[in-house]
Design a protein around this ligand. Structure first.
Ligand code: FAD
Length: 381
C-alpha cells in the first residue's frame, strides 16, 4: 500500500542516508560484528552528514529539522541494513537528544551539543539496574549532594553504547524516602574518577552494538551536570519514553519489511520438487499473510509518527505501536527463517542474524508485558 506520510524532502533525505550507508556501512558490516562495535569514524561521518543533530538547534551545530519524519526515515534506513545500527545511533540522535536539548542549561548545551552533532561525543542513557528494569522507580543508584558536587554510587546494566559513550545520562535516586518522585538525571562523563565499565555484554543478537554495565563508586559529578530538575528525573523520562518507543516501532517494522522482501526474492529462486518454494500454496499464503501483517502494522506506525509530528502522540498509543511492531517483527522474521530452510539457521545469511537481532525488541524500552500494562490501565483495568 502506498505510504503517504513522506514528501519529496523526506525522500531526498532518504537518498542521502542510503548513500551514506552504501559508502560507509554495507561493506563493513562483518567487521563491525567481529569488532563488536561501530567504529568512531562511522559516528563522525554520520555527524558530517548532519544525521546526529536532527533534533538539535542550528546554533549548537544541529540541523533543527523540527519534523520527526526525518528521524523516522533515518531509523528505517539504518534498520534495513542492520538493526543494531538503528539502536546504537538511535539511542543518540533519537533518545538522548531530547534530554540534552530540552532539559539542559545554556552552558550545558554549548558544552555538549556541538560534539554530540559531530559524532565526537557519543552518548548513552542509563536507567536499568541489575535489580530493577521494568520497575524503574525501584532503582538503587544514589546521588547525595556535597557542596557543588553530587556523589554517585551504584550501577547500571544493559546500557546501549555503554562501553563507548563519552557522556551517559544517568538516573539516580536523590531523595531516598520518595520513590518515583526522588529521581534526578546526571550527565556522567568519561574520565570522572570512580566511573568504570564492565566488559561488553555477550548478547544473543546485535553483536555489533556495544552493551555494557556501568559502575559508579563515589563518582563526584559537578552540580553543573544535573540534567533537568532535581527529583523530577522520573517524569523527565516518562515524558520522553513515547518518542523512544515510537522510534523502536519505526525500526522494528522497517527491519522486518526489509528481510521479508529479501525472503520473497529467495522463495522465488530456491527450488524444491522442481518448483520455487514460494509457489507452494502453503508458502504463498504464508507470504501473503506476512506482507499483509507488515503493511497493516506500517499504517498504524505511520499514523503514530504523524501524531508525534503534530504533538499528539499519547504514551498509550506509543505503547501500542511498540509492542505490536515488536511482535509482528518477531513473527515475520521467524517465518522468514522457516522459508529459508536450513540456510535460515546459518549466521552468514542475513535472515538468521535478523531473527536473533530482533528478539530483544519485545524486551527493551519497556517489555511487551509492560506496554500491555499501560494499555490495560487506560482501559480502567
Ligand atoms: C540489548 C539490550 C539493550 C538495552 N539498552 C538499554 C539502555 O540503553 N538503557 C537502559 O536503561 N536500559 C536498557 N536495556 C534494559 C531494558 O530496557 C530492560 O531489560 C527492560 O526494561 C526489562 O527490564 P529487566 O531486564 O529488568 O526485566 P524485569 O523487569 O526483571 O522483567 C522480567 C520479566 O517480567 C515481566 N514483568 C515485569 N513486570 C511486570 C508486570 N508488572 N506485569 C507483567 N509482567 C512483568 C517483564 O515483561 C519480563 O518479561 C537494554 C536491554 C537489552 C537486553
Amino acid at each position: 500500500m502506498r505510504r503517504s506520510i513522506y514528501n519529496s524532502d523526506h525522500e531526498t533525505f532518504r537518498s542521502s542516508v542510503q548513500k551514506f550507508l552504501d559508502r560507509h556501512v554495507r561493506s563493513r558490516t562483518e567487521q563491525f560484528i567481529e569488532d563488536r562495535t561501530f567504529p568512531r569514524d562511522l559516528w563522525t561521518e554520520a555527524g558530517k552528514q548532519g544525521f546526529l543533530g536532527l533534533d538539535v538547534p542550528e546554533e549548537y551545530g544541529g540541523s533543527s529539522a523540527g519534523d520527526y519524519r526525518y528521524n523516522a526515515v533515518l531509523g528505517e534506513e539504518l534498520a534495513k541494513v542492520t538493526v543494531a545500527l538503528s539502536s546504537c545511533l538511535g539511542i543518540h540522535y533519537d533518545v538522548v537528544a531530547p534530554y540534552l536539548v530540552e532539559l539542559t542549561t545554556e552552558e550545558q548545551r554549548r558544552r555538549w551539543l556541538p560534539k554530540f552533532c559531530s559524532g565526537e561525543l557519543v552518548t548513552a542513557i542509563g536507567m536499568t539496574e541489575p535489580s530493577s528494569g521494568s520497575d524503574l522507580a525501584a532503582m538503587r543508584t544514589t546521588a547525595v549532594r556535597d557542596g557543588d558536587t553530587w556523589v554517585l554510587n551504584g550501577s547500571k546494566t544493559f546500557i546501549t553504547n555503554g562501553y563507548s559513550a563519552d557522556l551517559v545520562v544517568v538516573a539516580a535516586r536523590t531523595s531516598l524516602e520518595k520513590k518515583a518522585k526522588g529521581i534526578t538525571l546526571f550527565g556522567v562523563e568519561t574520565g570522572m574518577d570512580g566511573f568504570t565499565r564492565g566488559r561488553k555484554l555477550d548478547k544473543v543478537g546485535q553483536i555489533e552494538s556495544d552493551t555494557a554495565e556501568l559502575f559508579f563508586d563515589n563518582v563526584r559529578v559537578p552540580h553543573a551536570n544535573v540534567i533537568g530538575e532535581i527529583d523530577r528525573g522520573f517524569i523527565h523520562m516518562m515524558e520522553r519514553l513515547p518518542q523512544e518507543r515510537l522510534g523502536a516501532a519505526v525500526s522494528n517494522i522497517a527491519h522486518a519489511a526489509q528481510i521479508l522482501e529479501e525472503t520473497i526474492a529467495y522463495a522465488k529462486e530456491r527450488k524444491a520438487f522442481g518448483q520455487p518454494v514460494g509457489s507452494f500454496q502453503h508458502n504463498k499464503f504464508l507470504l501473503a499473510e506476512l506482507v499483509t501483517q507488515i503493511e497493516v502494522s506500517q499504517a498504524y506506525v505511520d499514523q503514530a509518527v504523524m501524531a508525534h509530528v503534530e504533538g499528539q502522540l499519547t504514551a498509550v498509543d506509543a505503547a501500542k505501536a511498540k509492542w505490536w511492531s515488536a511482535q509482528v517483527q518477531n513473527d515475520v522474521l521467524d517465518a522468514c527463517v522457516q522459508l529459508h530452510g536450513g540456510y535460515g539457521y546459518m549466521n552468514e545469511y542475513r535472515v538468521a542474524r535478523a531473527w536473533r537481532d530482533a528478539r530483544v525488541t519485545k524486551i527493551w524500552a519497556g517489555s511487551n508485558e509492560i506496554m500491555k500494562e499501560l494499555i490495560g490501565r487506560e482501559l480502567g483495568l
